[in-house]
Design a protein around this ligand. Structure first.
Ligand SMILES: [Fe+2]
Length: 402
């Protein structure tokens, strides 16, 4: 049984089983560390990590809460939050939007690839090319966010930076919508999301894609991408201050442990605070050369957990409202003993999303796909019992959503 303890309570002799922090935000290669020296604890503290999971069976024990208790507490909090929501209608169905969303995603991937190439060659970014693409993304999210966001989950390792940029654009747009922002703010936030990592063009590919542990110097170089993104966008005619904020502040953290400026709380703009949540959510749900991505529901639980320190908790709640308690792409077991993939959210009714039934759990046999809106009477009162791990059933979610 692992235990969750505060970093302040870490001692030499303990075995850290999980650093409990987004992989993008710390210089450690592995999540597990046997603490044999004080400087290891200092490095964990300096990386801005506040709570970790230790394994008392492999090292010293300490004060804290058992991991299962901690997880249940987070889940209870999330469910209580979801039950207090009010339902709102969707504009189009997932199926109607899926084809359009695929085209929009392809177009956005090609655009960000071209723009990054332009920056590498020292050319000016053409902001007029960005406008229509981001507008298409905004409109797709407004019609039915689930369609584009589920496609954005599927990434191939070589094109990670482009696909992550498009995902952050879609997620930031959906987040703005959940906060009921006006169309112009949504659009500008989307542009900021698409271009937030443009400064990575100034970091060597060998460092960006290094599978091993980064040296302090390499980690410092990666951090520079934020300052570079800001500089590039400020020098681009037609890019708004809102878009610049998304790029400039997406690595700042609510408790002041982020970079480049170490801003705290309200010193970070709302757009910057939102971008931080979105960027981490997409990063930890993606497969990279050095880690396997978390399932969306596990990632949401992490975001909820980190909301106490790294993010603004009010914004974490708002983000949950657009991503859902059972995010799009999660595999769930229904009361009818069937497995289903979540393909869309019913806003304001986070416990009853739209699902595609695919498998009979009792007979362990595939079923002809059938869409079911759990919030409607047509679902026959079926409801979600729990999450299931796709690999335990040999199910490839990416294939099902493609
Ligand atoms: Fe970044």
């Amino acid at each position: 049984m692992t235990r969750k303890i505060a970093v302040a309570d870490l001692r030499v002799g303990m075995y850290v089983q999980d650093l409990n922090c987004g992989w993008m935000d710390h210089p450690f290669l592995r999540k597990e560390i046997e603490l044999t020296r004080e400087d290891q604890i200092a490095r964990i503290r300096d990386a801005g990590i506040r709570e970790v999971y230790i394994d008392p069976a492999r090292g010293l024990d300490g004060p804290g809460q058992d991991a299962i208790d901690a997880e249940r507490e987070i889940e209870r909090e999330m469910i209580a939050f979801a039950e207090a929501e009010q339902p709102q209608p969707r504009q189009t169905s997932f199926r109607e939007e899926a084809e359009t969303a695929k085209k929009i995603q392809g177009e956005a991937n090609r655009l960000i690839r071209d723009l990054m190439q332009d920056v590498r060659l020292g050319r000016q970014i053409d902001s007029e090319r960005i406008e229509p693409v981001v507008e298409n993304i905004t409109q797709s999210i407004l019609r039915n966010g689930g369609a584009l966001l589920s496609l954005c989950r599927i990434k191939n390792k070589d094109d990670y930076t482009f696909q992550h940029s498009v995902s952050v654009c879609g997620l930031q747009t959906a987040f703005c919508r959940a906060l009921q922002m006006g169309h112009e703010d949504i659009h500008e936030a989307g542009i900021g999301g698409l271009l937030h990592d443009i400064g990575k063009t100034r970091v060597a590919d060998e460092i960006l894609n290094k599978p091993g542990r980064l040296t302090e110097e390499e980690f410092a170089q990666i951090k520079c991408h934020v300052v570079e993104s800001r500089r590039i966008l400020e020098q681009t005619p037609g890019i708004s201050a809102t878009a610049v904020l998304v790029a400039a502040q997406h690595h700042e953290r609510h408790d002041g442990t982020g970079y480049p400026l170490g801003l705290k709380g309200e010193e970070i703009s709302q757009m910057g605070q939102m971008a931080a949540i979105v960027d981490v959510y997409d990063a930890i749900t993606s497969d990279r050369c050095y880690h396997k991505g978390l399932e969306p529901n596990e990632a949401m639980r992490k975001i909820f957990e980190w909301g106490k320190f790294h993010f603004n908790p009010v914004l974490v709640h708002a983000f949950t409202r657009c991503i859902g308690i059972y995010p799009t792409g999660s595999l769930v077991r229904l009361e009818s003993d069937r497995l289903a993939v979540v393909i869309g959210q019913c806003e304001g009714n986070l416990l009853q999303p739209l699902v595609r039934v695919i498998h009979c759990a009792r007979r362990n046999r595939p079923l002809p796909p059938q869409e079911l809106d759990l919030s409607r009477p047509g679902a026959g009162g079926d409801r979600i019992l729990r999450y299931e791990k796709p690999e335990a059933w040999g199910i490839d979610i990416a294939l099902l959503l493609a």
